[in-house]
Design a protein around this ligand. Structure first.
Ligand SMILES: [Zn+2]
Length: 1039
């Protein structure tokens, strides 16, 4: 290889104009009003993260015995006939609860002033919990005044009149919405009604003075998932819960509870079970057709596998909402505090049995749009006057139909070509974009992929460099391409670096690659004009030659310092010079301490945890990287970073650029080639090959009455309406919050059109349109029964994870708890039948809100424990920012599969069990996964037959837990478990490394922290305790 030393002058790296170059902008004309109502414009700069995508998995067989009719009363709700409540000793008492106090704030404000409702006990009035869709609005007048009593707790909502706490994030941020809800209430036509309408769950009865809950006869002891019976629930007598740090804020002190040696606990089987809700939704809706022809339909849960047929509304694969029935007024929205949000994944992958998106051309004049609001032609436009005009569904403007587009109407007022045109009959489709939609009115060039490999001592020593080079030789054959295209149009380039950067000329005419070194990293430029970005087919021999040489060239390096920002700058300059969009794949090992722009210092300080200054740990060290990210977005340069750290690398700072450019971040702590290579390579393969769009701008339009006010995700915002991303792939979701700016018309509903302008992998400019019509109602009951808890949690997580940049974690946690209580209290007040104030009543569609919220509160990011590595917390924060609803659902509530119950003759996965230690059995083998981590837990008394079948060893003691993959054996057990693991991995955007653990081994601790219904190892309440706490908060709100 020839080496040219320095090249002193940048031959061609002038900056291009930024995003302003569109002549008829993508929505440039509409002047979007500001969101004055809710105090402030959108977040000017939000960073985002890689999304976790886990497609729904195969529908497990109904397991009536396991998940069946639990004792939760599933009967039809009958207002006159209250379900029996289940007497159970209450774990919480009026002044005391098992939860540890975390600050007096909420306590002080919400002293329980209510008189005891039951005579026996002043304490614990937790009496019974109703979970139900008490939905009939007739029964419960909706216009009840808002909650009286104590002032509302503050929320993330900046508009709350009673603001006790500072707003969650920057002044522009709006509320942190609250609860996700399961779509249980809506039943598509032709489907059987949901199994139950109302449900009471015995949470805990008035304390009768005696301890025992009555154990229901025939109820098996607590192994596995015991079916519940109606009536009295057998309360579990559990021992004293150990104290734990870091539970959620404001939890009352545990005085009374801790007084005695033993206390009664709620029976975990009597409180809403995530696995049961998921399983019931599968039983009802798995495998069925979900036809999107009706406004406001609640889709199946993300965990339910169904087939979606687009008949006018976007598939839930593209858009999921926190509720499918918006409140008609801002007042009503404020009363409920349910966040109104949509989680949009514009490039979601569709399964092979669903129709791919159609591409529509409206000719040289470009897509037909409303003159006033610029909404694109869609099924929400109403044709009138014999087809000569159409009324915009969003702004009501009446527009002329262009002559070339004219068509007669039928007797229903529908165009005769309705079904021939995707833009009239489908929820999702694409338009070909004209030059008006291209930067500087020039057709874009195909994008470039630039691979940038850290060749410092660390990366060479761990074998990473050789591994990457070997893999790239085959991976370059699989670059994304347009459907039907023979080869990918993407050009590639290569850079290696440590303290200096090495560029490579790979022109096909060369016999050998040429290396050009830039050692002045202060002012980065690309030293070669021609030959840096090349076509893979043409330059194949030179590329292979280079990839063979790189590991050898640097094999003996002693250089341990690295730069980082100049590497991104180099890639950016190359992309700019080539006048294309691009994606950088950076493989980096260490904190960039070499003298250069963007140099970082080790500033990890876990003493800041649980202090006002904790937020600093999540903020970037300097604004340098934010500025760099902004420039990357302006030039559509997306950055993916693969980190191989063996110590702190300041993920909070190094992740900023990936997060803001629509890129992804991967981290392999203490990478070891034997155990981590496959894991890393699988991620790299997925990452390189995934469907992706470049140079994207997204605009979300709505009809009169509400608008998009806040955006959360992997993106950049230059103004309050346009979401800019350098690139967006099939796994990235952007969560959009809406606020009212007027009253919504109940007849029209709430209409959303998401338009994404982007360049595809072949360099073609496209507009991807997703339309969704939601209901609108003045009845709280409609709002509550149309909620999707999983989407709510996605919103809460992203809001809270952004809020911690500006607010103490304690405040953020308090707001989450308060908002949860408030949402549920509003339901109780407005929708539930009159009943004892001591009852906890949960809306059917939101009955998992408390358990999921607790999981969010005790996630690493929000936990605030000095035991947790700062980088890991920053990393998880970034990951969640990218995530779609599937991703957050499994991340916050992992899936625990009893492998010992797998049916080797079935295609299905075994039905999951709840994430609690109680569900583990000595004789069991369990697979746990959350989309990022995967564990195989082996019980001490695992069946020898299974051990032999899976591991090919004679006994438990012989199992080698260092394995990261299972041996490929020719027996049904081995085949089945490997197929389960492959299935689970396929559903996540991340390859999950398999970690094998034995019960009672030291390493078991890392597994236990995923048992999220239990008290956390590093803090965080158990589900039962949290539920009691929330109930108490609700009661205080209601008094
Ligand atoms: Zn319009």
């Amino acid at each position: 290889m020839s080496q040219q030393g320095y090249v002193a002058t940048p031959p061609y790296s002038q900056a291009k104009p930024g995003m302003g170059g569109y002549s008829t902008g993508f929505g440039s004309t509409t002047s979007q009003p500001h969101y004055a109502h809710y105090g402030g414009a959108g977040q000017p700069y939000s960073a985002a993260q890689t999304g976790l995508l886990k497609p729904p998995h195969g529908h497990p067989p109904p397991a009536p015995n396991q998940f069946g009719q639990t004792n939760l009363q599933n009967g039809v709700y009958n207002p006159g006939n209250q379900m029996p409540s289940y007497a159970a000793p209450s774990p919480c008492s009026g002044q005391a609860s098992p939860l540890q106090s975390h600050g007096s704030n909420s306590q002080a404000n919400y002293r329980n002033t209510a008189p005891p409702l039951f005579t026996q006990q002043v304490t614990s009035q937790l009496d019974a919990m109703q979970i139900g869709d008490h939905g009939s609005s007739q029964a419960h007048p909706q216009n009840t005044p808002s909650l009286s009593g104590p002032p509302l707790r503050p929320s993330f909502q900046g508009s709350q009149p009673q603001q006790h706490l500072p707003p969650l994030s920057s002044p522009t941020s709006h509320g942190l919405p609250v609860a996700p809800a399961a779509p249980a209430a809506a039943v598509p036509p032709g489907m059987p009604p949901p199994p139950r309408v109302g449900m009471h769950v015995g949470l805990a009865g008035p304390n009768q003075g005696n301890i025992g809950y009555q154990q229901v006869q025939g109820q098996p002891p607590m192994t596995g998932y015991s079916p519940q019976q109606g009536g009295m629930y057998g309360g579990q007598q559990r021992g004293l819960q150990p104290n734990y740090p870091g539970a959620y804020p404001g939890a009352p002190a545990t005085g009374a509870q801790l007084a005695g040696p033993q206390q009664k606990k709620l029976d975990p089987d009597s409180i809403p079970s995530p696995t049961q809700v998921i399983e019931e939704d599968k039983i009802r809706r798995a495998g069925q057709l979900f036809v999107t022809n009706t406004k406001g339909q609640v889709p199946p849960l993300v965990t339910t596998n169904c087939v979606v047929q687009d008949q006018g509304n976007a598939s839930p694969r593209f858009i999921r909402c926190t509720t499918y029935s918006f409140p008609s007024t801002a007042d009503m929205a404020k009363q409920s505090q349910i966040p109104l949000a949509a989680v949009i994944k514009p490039f979601a992958t569709l399964p092979p049995n669903e129709a791919p998106l159609c591409v529509v051309s409206h000719g040289e004049s470009g897509p037909i749009r409303c003159n006033r609001c610029k909404a694109y032609m869609c099924p929400l436009m109403q044709f009138i006057e014999g087809g000569r005009r159409y009324q915009c569904g969003f702004c009501n403007c009446v527009n002329e139909v262009p002559p070339f587009y004219f068509q007669h109407l039928d007797h229903m007022g529908r165009r005769l070509d309705h079904y021939d045109r995707p833009e009239l009959s489908l929820g999702s489709y694409e338009f070909m974009a004209t030059l008006d939609y291209c930067k500087n009115s020039k057709p874009p060039n195909p994008p470039a992929f630039i691979f940038m490999i850290d060749v410092s001592y660390c990366n060479i020593k761990i074998g990473c460099v050789k591994l990457i080079c070997e893999e790239l030789k085959t991976l370059l054959d699989n670059l994304p391409r347009e459907d039907q295209a023979e080869a990918s149009a993407i050009r590639v380039g290569f850079v290696t670096y440590n303290k200096v950067l090495h560029f490579y000329n790979l022109k096909s005419s060369l016999a050998q690659p040429q290396m050009l070194v830039v050692s002045d990293v202060g002012e980065m430029f690309v030293p070669l004009l021609d030959g840096f970005l090349v076509n893979v087919q043409e330059s194949r021999p030179v590329i292979n030659n280079l990839l063979d040489q790189i590991p050898e060239m640097f094999a003996d390096t002693s250089e341990s310092e690295t730069v980082f920002a100049p590497v991104i700058q180099a890639g950016l300059e190359a992309v700019k010079a080539a006048e294309c969009s691009g994606k950088l794949f950076i493989f980096h090992s260490s904190l960039p301490t070499a003298e250069a722009p963007g140099k970082l210092k080790n500033r990890d300080d876990r003493k800041l945890v649980n202090t006002e200054k904790e937020k600093i740990l999540f903020q970037p060290q300097s604004h340098f990287y934010e500025t760099l990210a902004k420039e990357c977005v302006a030039n559509s340069c997306c950055v993916d970073v693969f980190l191989f750290p063996n110590q702190y690398v300041d993920v909070a700072t190094m992740g900023i650029v990936p997060m803001s450019t629509g890129g992804s971040l991967y981290k392999y702590n203490n990478f070891q080639i034997q155990t981590d290579a496959e894991h890393f390579l699988n991620n790299l393969r997925k990452d390189v090959q995934k469907p992706i769009g470049f140079d994207a701008i997204m605009r979300v339009r709505t009809n009169t009455g509400f608008r998009a006010t806040d955006f959360l995700g992997s993106m950049y915002m230059n103004n309050t309406t346009d979401v800019e991303v350098a690139a967006i792939d099939c796994d990235k979701a952007i969560t959009v919050e809406f606020k009212h700016d007027d009253k919504l018309n109940e007849e029209n509903g709430a209409l959303i059109q998401c338009a994404l302008l982007y360049t595809n992998v072949a360099g073609h400019r496209r507009l991807r349109i997703h339309n969704l019509a939601l209901n609108c109602s003045s009845q709280h009951a409609d709002l509550y029964k149309s909620c999707e808890t999983d989407a709510l949690i996605n919103f809460f997580a992203k809001s809270a994870y952004r809020a911690i940049l500006n607010q103490p974690l304690k405040t953020v946690r308090e707001i989450l708890v308060n908002q949860t209580a408030h949402i549920l209290a509003c339901y109780r007040k407005n929708c539930a039948s009159p009943s004892s104030a001591g009852q906890l009543i949960l809306p059917e569609a939101m009955k998992l809100l408390p358990v999921y919220m607790n999981c969010l509160l005790k996630s690493y990011v929000l936990l605030g424990s000095p035991d947790l590595p700062t980088d890991e917390r920053a990393f998880q924060r970034l990951l969640v920012t990218f995530m779609d609803v599937v991703g957050t659902q499994s991340f916050f509530y992992p899936r625990l599969l009893p492998i010992h119950k797998m049916d080797v003759n079935s295609e299905e996965l075994p039905a999951a069990v709840r994430c609690s230690e109680e569900r583990l059995a000595d004789g069991g083998i369990f697979l746990l996964e959350n989309g990022i981590n995967m564990f195989l837990w082996l019980g001490l008394n695992s069946q020898p037959e299974l051990i032999q079948g899976i591991f090919n060893v004679p006994s438990f003691a012989h199992i080698n837990t260092d394995l990261t993959s299972l041996p490929e054996l020719d027996n049904p057990y081995s085949k089945k478990i490997r197929s389960i693991i492959a299935n689970v991995r396929n559903q996540s955007p991340y390859s999950m490394k398999l970690i094998i653990l034995k019960q009672k081994d030291k390493s078991e601790g890392i597994f236990r922290q995923f048992l999220v219904e239990d008290k956390g190892l590093h803090g965080g309440a158990s589900y039962v305790d949290f539920l009691c706490h929330v109930h108490k908060e609700i009661r205080q709100l209601l008094t």
